[in-house]
Design a protein around this ligand. Structure first.
Ligand SMILES: Cc1cc2nc3c(=O)[nH]c(=O)nc-3n(C[C@H](O)[C@H](O)[C@H](O)COP(=O)(O)O)c2cc1C
Length: 210
């Protein structure tokens, strides 16, 4: 069932197709580059998505040089390595365990929180990881809204990535996004994927009304 945009009058059906209905997880891209500027524009949009305490703990490592790409691929599981090497850009999404250092600027109304979290590493790790996953979702949707195609992956050796790419840093990898444009022979919104679209749960499967 499609959203009646004449009633809700918020976002066109075309945009909803681009971002949700027709968007697929892909592993094949054109050779076209994805620039830092494109990712910056997407960030400047998706940073408005809500996070706990306005903490914004997600960080991004844009991996594009051959050397960095090979290093990242060496930590990817199975076929994820080849997928990573084929993508014009891979973005390692990381949870910043020291996100609390930014709270005086991001949440000045919570004056004591920075110092409380400084003494609570477990709570910081949980908040950072939870909200980084949330922001990762915003980012996937934002990249798709910018017309880019995305392949998210968690199949990799995260401690290995952290030791190799984030040594001495409070960033902890949680997801890798392969990002690119559609292959040249591709037409329309629907994204080329290796297998048919799989089922999704219905409202009745996921919702209870009390
Ligand atoms: C958090 C996350 C982790 C994923 N990890 C992998 C992965 O390691 N390797 C892979 O090939 N696909 C991975 N996927 C892709 C999913 O299998 C895919 O999004 C899902 O089957 C839906 O496919 P569709 O978007 O084409 O409908 C991941 C997706 C998400 C969101």
């Amino acid at each position: 069932m499609s959203i009646d945009t004449s009633q809700s009058a918020v976002v066109s059906d075309e945009v909803l197709d681009l971002v949700f209905r027709e968007a697929r997880t892909v592993n094949t891209f054109s050779d076209e580059d994805v620039s830092d500027e494109q990712v910056r524009e997407v960030w400047e949009l998706v940073r408005w998505g809500p996070t706990a305490f306005n903490s914004l703990p997600m960080r991004m490592l844009l991996v594009r040089s051959t050397e960095a790409r090979e290093r990242l691929a060496s930590h990817m599981s199975g076929s994820n390595a080849a997928k990573t090497l084929r993508a014009p850009l891979s973005i390692v999404l990381a949870a910043d365990l020291d996100f609390h250092e930014h709270l005086p600027r991001l949440a000045p109304h919570l004056a004591a929180l920075r110092d409380q979290l400084a003494d609570a590493p477990d709570s910081r790790t949980a908040t950072s990881r939870d909200n980084t996953f949330l922001q990762a979702g915003y980012l996937v949707v934002g990249l798709r809204a910018a017309g880019l195609h995305v392949g998210p992956m968690t199949g990799f050796d995260a401690p290995g990535v952290d030791a190799d790419l984030f040594a001495g840093s409070p960033w902890r990898s949680i997801m890798v996004l392969n990002v690119g444009a559609a292959p040249a022979d591709h037409e329309g919104f629907s994204t080329p994927a290796t297998r048919d679209r799989q089922a999704r749960l219905d409202f009745e499967d996921v919702a209870r009304v009390v």
